[in-house]
Design a binder for this molecule. Structure first.
Ligand code: XMP
Length: 554
């Protein structure tokens, strides 16, 4: 499990919160969907991270949150009106793959410099700032990649508080600063970069290295110096504050209305439901939809856990035949997701009219889902997959979304779950995607393919748990591939299905590595699947990290 994003859950709830949700997200519009009208994101101060497209941008955001300060990643095209309502305390300009002297290289918007906010430019972000403020950036004679020794020229600068005058940092750049902008001085250098850190003594700083990666051991201290000593943040981003503020904002959003909440059995929807329940009590009804795409005995387990631990209204809907009918002969992954999304909406609408005047639908959408789905107007992040729970609601649907977790990373959700007193088995359950087994069956979904996959997956999970691996894995599951292979069982030739095993470690699903499961466990899994799952004669282990793969196969 990754380190805490919240510093201390016992700090008092903060006063004077920002009364609006994310201006940035409220500004989003896309074809065929309405703007998600989410509950407030529950922050009273924000660090704004301008994303220039570095592989590390999201890591910067995570690090800032780990230091108890709320932050949001925004595209460099975001106008000041969107940012202002976030109550920004400072701006981080992220790294990025471009060179500032290339045509069309992204630059920071003017408001960054006009607002007077403290700025921390990291790598490309520093170069953009230098370029925009009248300094010079040039290609370095040698690319610098990897560890470097940083030597401080101005050790008394606040950014260096609590750090040694010489320390290890992680570099990854081709360009360097050849001339300081007016008013700036060099704060530190390395062998290769005469200007590896710079500042104007007025809260504007640039660093050539990456403080967000573990290879910069004092990186956290540097980030916290920026947040607390330079931006004057108060560190109010704690689970206790989040719960108190979110409950309040849900009350404000919902008024005396009724809410339905889609429950999946995972931690996200359980935490979302619990927050809504705290806010409005019995005006919340949870709906658990059996879509026919769940793991072995999952519908039974979800109902049991829910009844045992959550004293809320629950409506169980078995819509499996509807879903499977709508998915008949569909093989395209995005089409599967779209159909499943539509079917869920149909069920929710049916339940809403059965319950009489329900105006709100609560969902456990998370920040990575939001970032990974296309953000219109964001020219930096490319669309990866459509998360069916992100795009807002169809135009014809009159319910408004309540998404209390829309700005949280997964481990923050788990911490909120603990704060709310949810059971461990729920909080640390491995994530399971909304479209379920549909995106783990490559090709058409049939009763037979579901049965084969469920059996293979059941065996895998039994072995993962029996061997004490469950908690170390972000996710582990079986995939039914669309390959057939020749095998031999007894004296007979077989032509059967190929099952792939996927098991990954990860902090937040944005990146992941394939898990080094012990060979003897893999051997047992393979043996059992070939013997016990119908029509399977081959098992392969997926050794792809993310990137370049994704966690799910579709
Ligand atoms: P990928 O496959 O994109 O998955 O690396 C990242 C995380 O998201 C889950 N996932 C989904 N969750 N609807 C969901 O609710 C989806 O369409 C979806 N696709 C992937 C996946 O299981 C992993 O945890």
């Amino acid at each position: 499990m990754s380190s805490s994003h919240f510093r201390d859950s016992n700090q008092p709830a903060s006063a004077g919160r920002n009364p609006v949700g994310s201006a940035y997200s409220r500004g989003m519009q896309s074809e065929g969907v309405t703007t998600p009208k989410s509950a407030d994101s529950g922050h009273q101060e924000t660090i704004v991270v301008i994303d220039f497209g570095s592989q590390y941008s999201r890591l910067i955001a995570r690090r800032i949150r780990e230091s108890s300060v709320y932050c949001e990643l925004i595209p460099h095209s975001a106008p000041w009106e969107m940012v202002e309502s976030l109550n920004p305390k400072g701006v981080v300009l992220s790294g990025g793959p471009a060179s500032v002297y290339e045509n069309g290289a992204p630059l920071a918007p003017d408001w960054v410099y006009e607002s007077g906010l403290p700025i921390l430019g990291i790598c490309y972000g520093m170069q953009a700032m230098v370029h925009q403020l009248g300094g010079k950036v040039a290609p370095a004679s040698r690319r610098e990649y990897g560890y470097a020794e940083l030597l401080q020229d101005e050790p008394s600068d606040a950014i260096f508080d609590g750090t040694p005058e010489s320390m290890q940092v992680w570099m990854s750049h081709g360009d360097h600063i050849s001339e300081l902008p007016p008013g700036f001085s060099t704060l530190a250098h390395t062998d290769n970069s005469p200007i590896a850190a710079l500042g104007d003594g007025n809260g504007r700083l640039g660093i050539q290295f990456h403080p967000e990666v573990v290879h910069t051991p004092k990186g956290r201290q540097l980030i916290e110096n920026f947040l607390y000593k330079i931006c004057g943040c108060s560190g109010a981003w704690t689970p206790g504050n989040f719960v108190a503020e979110t409950v309040e904002s849900i009350r404000r959003q919902v008024g005396d209305g009724k809410v339905i909440c889609a429950l999946s059995g995972g931690v996200d929807s359980a935490v979302a439901a619990t927050l809504v329940h705290r806010a409005i009590g019995d005006r919340l009804t949870c709906i658990f939809v059996n879509n026919g795409l769940m793991r072995h005995q999952e519908p039974e387990r979800v109902q049991e856990t829910f009844e045992k631990h959550m004293a809320m209204n629950l409506s169980y809907v078995d819509a499996s035949e509807h879903f499977l009918g709508a998915l008949r002969a569909v093989t395209d992954p995005e089409k599967k997701r779209r159909i499943i999304g539509e079917e869920f909406i149909n069920v929710f609408e049916g339940e809403a009219s059965r319950l009489g005047r329900v105006d709100f639908l609560a969902q456990g959408t998370l920040y990575p889902d939001v970032i990974e789905s296309q953000v219109p107007g964001d020219d930096v992040s490319a669309k990866i997959k459509t998360h069916h729970n992100v795009g807002g609601l169809p135009d014809h649907m009159r319910m408004e979304l309540v998404e209390p977790l829309r700005y949280l990373f997964k481990d923050e959700v788990r911490e909120v779950g603990m704060e709310l007193g949810l059971p461990r088995e729920m909080i640390f359950r491995q994530p399971f995607p909304g479209p379920g087994l549909a995106i783990r069956i490559i090709g058409e979904i049939t009763h037979e393919s579901l049965e084969t996959l469920r059996e293979a997956d059941r065996i895998l999970m039994e072995e993962i748990e029996a061997n004490g691996l469950y908690d170390d894995l972000w996710q582990s599951f079986a995939v039914l591939t669309n390959s057939r292979s020749v095998g031999v069982t007894g004296d007979f030739r077989t032509y059967g299905n190929v099952i792939a095993i996927r098991a990954v470690t990860s902090d937040d699903a944005m990146t992941a590595d394939w898990a080094r499961i012990p060979y003897d466990v893999l051997a047992r899994v393979s043996n059992r699947i070939c013997n016990e799952a119908p029509n399977v004669n081959r098992v392969v282990y997926d050794i792809t990290s993310k990137p370049p793969g994704t966690i799910e196969w579709e």
